[in-house]
Design a protein around this ligand. Sequence first.
Ligand code: LLP
Length: 430
Amino acid sequence: MILPPHLTVRGGHLRIGEHDTVELAERFGTPLYVTDEMRIRKNFKRLSGALNDYYPDIRVLYAAKANGNLAILRVLASMGAGADVFSAGEVTLALAAGMRPESLLFNGSSKSPSDLALAVEKGVRVSVDSLDELRQLDRAAGAVGKTVDIAFRVNPEITVPTHPKIATGLATSKFGIPAGDILDAYHQALAAEHINPAGIHCHIGSQILDVEPFAREVDVLIDLTGDLIDIGVDLAFIDIGGGLGIPYRRETDFAPTPEEYAGAVMPVFLNGIRELGIAPELWVEPGRWLVADSTILLTRVNSVKAAHKTFANVDAGFNLLIRPAMYDSYHEVFAANKMDACLEREYSIAGPICETGDILAEDRLLPDLAAGDIIAVLDAGAYGFAMSSQYNSRPRCAEVILSGENAGLMRRAETIDDLTAPMEIPPWQA
Ligand code: LLP
């Protein structure tokens, strides 16, 4: 059993930070997301430190979509992070967390008129994903007499070793402007009255366990930056996105460290800017690497069933953690109240949702399980709660955050009333 340092075992119970997970499950109920704030702080320091060792002008924009809870955004804001934001909600939350507008980048391939107006109003830079969007943004800024700093999102046409649903820099991807069309896009930005082309942006995908594609990406961006200098664009920042993966299978996954990541991308970046004679800020947009391993999902066994395989039916399903169902993702599971017990048989951990695909973990060797046992699902901090739903009319669970001895709610559990509150009886049914 390999555990990250903030997860330990005492008296047969799994602990997170300074807390017994079984006690947390009793106190707050299950299902329950539990986040160790200290782990996020450590992760942030390590990743930003690895990059800063090469270059002082690094800006870390946390990918807020990974986990948008206000408490988490506040932790990262307090460390100096900005955010990659993808919606009006994320802009609003990041600002509420204390992040400055100029430390945000409004990303996305399908922004609405109100999204663009919000960016202009708040002074948030925009990663522009099409020429159509550029024209709309120019008009929105012109309407209020402002100028907006933008980057174009480049599609570098780089294949990455990850699940096809989270590879974003493929030629066929919906994201970005093909690298071959980028110069024309900047020409149009230079000609636009209310647009200042201040940066260039790229994101090649997520859960990437090889550093080489990142180095190639930086190489593409440096080449383009050189071409941009020739047409008179003076870039203040180069944003290389996020995507660094984590070892969900701790026993067997090889995952690059932040130092290895920095060791691959920074020399390419530094040589490139030296040759070009420029010193732009380097922006990165990590999501998963900062928050995934900070969080576990605690779920209680409702019943055990021996069928063609043995199912442990638990109270959390893909309503709360959709990654296994959506990407066949692997998450380590432990019996949190039986950490010292012998591993006896293989269980499939099945959720309460009315779908065959509602399996959190398949065929895992665990101690004998019984109703009432607590299963901990690891590495649930990124794209876990953030992708949850109320499917099957199940209220979402609570989220707890820990800081040293402190344990408190960062989101209360929803109730049945929360499900029905936004519903309306149409007048003809009244
Ligand atoms: N920047 C942009 C523009 C992005 O689209 C993303 C993630 C990131 C940064 C952060 O990537 P990260 O460092 O977290 O890999 N739901 C999927 C992942 C979707 C990623 C979406 N974009 C999953 O659960 O694996």
